[in-house]
Design a protein around this ligand. Structure first.
Ligand code: NAD
Ligand code: TDX
Length: 332
């Protein structure tokens, strides 16, 4: 049994990772989470007391982080400010948490020689054209567009430098857009599902031709676990499941799956600097570590996600009105 320190474990992907680890391994997990607007203790309900603890705190708190890292066998760093639209309103917390927070963890794993896995995004590579056959690969140049993606790009480069300069035992993964249960209602898919439950029309930015490469959160997390177990130190692995869809198609699928007219949505103000297309080539991960996605039927995964939001209104309801008020103030 190993003891994992999971930062951001009360958020969307982190909480699903904690459930996966505690269900499928005998590892123990300590979550470090600041419980920002995106953190929710309800996402960690019902976990076994003897193998799980939650520490509420900031990844930028060097002393706290050092103490927790000293007692861990490995760190998986999910904690981040994660929403592009928020980074366009106030970039400051993105710079602090995503850059200074990663620095704080790297210094602690360096001091205690603890294995570290860094969670990042395909957005660090910028975007692709719609008619471009290319996909992102581990050697794609960094070219981030938003304060969020720039802060994640900077954090990835800190990891590379700590590996090369200090011999830190780190791996990095850059994943495409995740969907599934426990995703905050500020994000695209849960926002539209909960709008429809509330009798409001889904909101499509611009013409909706932007393409995202969707992956089920459990497939992302299975890949992370695999990299933690067998990834080569210093390497970057791209995670994606060949799930490219444009936003208009996704909204139409959600409406259809919820029994509504697929054309019953609104076009709203586009995101400034909106990345056109993301697409991941995950062949290195598949060939080297034998990972394969288990949830490649997007319509089935979407239907299960819709069911989850229908069944768990207590989980999302407290955030919904404030999120919609913020969007409405920007014409979105
Ligand atoms: P999220 O916003 O749902 O969760 C982030 C969690 O981090 C929250 O629980 C929050 O409370 C916590 N947190 C924020 N600042 C903190 C701080 N200073 N100290 C401690 N905890 C803090 O995010 P998510 O969608 O689960 O994303 C998790 C990670 O995965 C991020 O690093 C993100 O960049 C990356 N990622 C996300 C996606 C996606 O589609 N959502 C895709 C690729 C990569
Ligand atoms: O109401 C909306 N309408 C809409 O058309 C919202 C909230 C979004 N969109 C569009 C913008 C994007 O093209 O949908 C797409 C997905 O939007 P988000 O859910 O905000 O995701 P994105 O900006 O693509 O970033 C996500 O994937 C990469 C995560 O939020 C990041 O954390 C991750 O790094």
């Amino acid at each position: 049994m190993a003891h994992l320190l999971v930062t951001g474990g009360a958020g969307f992907i982190g909480s699903n990772f904690v459930h996966l680890v505690l269900t499928n391994t005998d590892h123990a997990v300590t979550v470090l989470d600041k419980l920002t607007h995106a953190g929710n203790t309800a996402s960690l309900a019902g976990l076994p007391d003897d193998r799980f603890e939650l520490v509420i705190g900031d990844v930028c708190d060097r002393e706290l982080v050092d103490g927790l890292v000293s007692r861990a066998d490995a760190v998986v760093h999910f904690a981040a400010e994660s929403h592009n639209d928020n980074s366009l309103i106030d970039p400051e917390p993105f710079i602090r948490t995503n850059l200074v927070g990663t620095f704080s963890l790297l210094e602690a794993v360096r001091a205690h020689d603890v294995r570290y896995h860094h969670i990042s995004t395909d957005e660090v590579y910028g975007d692709l054209e719609l008619d471009d056959l290319a996909r992102f690969a581990p050697d794609s140049p960094y070219n981030p567009s938003s304060p969020y993606s720039a802060s994640k790009a900077g954090s990835d480069l800190l990891v590379r430098a700590w590996v090369r300069s200090f011999g830190v035992r780190a791996t990095t993964s850059n994943c495409s857009n995740n969907y599934g249960p426990r995703q905050h209602v500020e994000k695209f898919i849960p926002r539209q599902i909960t709008n429809i439950i509330d009798g409001a029309r889904p909101k499509l930015y611009g013409a909706g031709r932007n393409v995202r490469d969707w992956i089920h959160v459990d497939d992302h997390n299975a890949a992370v676990l695999r990299i933690l177990e067998a990834g080569r130190i210093g390497e970057t692995y791209l995670i994606g499941a060949d799930g490219e869809l444009d936003n208009k198609t996704v909204i139409e699928k959600i409406l259809t799956a919820m029994g509504r007219d697929p054309g019953d949505y609104e076009h709203v103000t586009d995101r400034p600097g909106h990345d056109v297309r993301y697409a991941i080539d995950a062949s290195k991960l598949r060939a080297e570590l034998g990972w394969e996605p288990a949830h490649q039927d997007f319509d089935a995964g979407l239907a299960a996600t819709i069911d989850w939001y229908r069944a768990n209104e207590d989980w999302w309801r407290p955030q919904k009105a404030a999120v919609e008020a913020r969007y409405a103030a920007r014409g979105q």
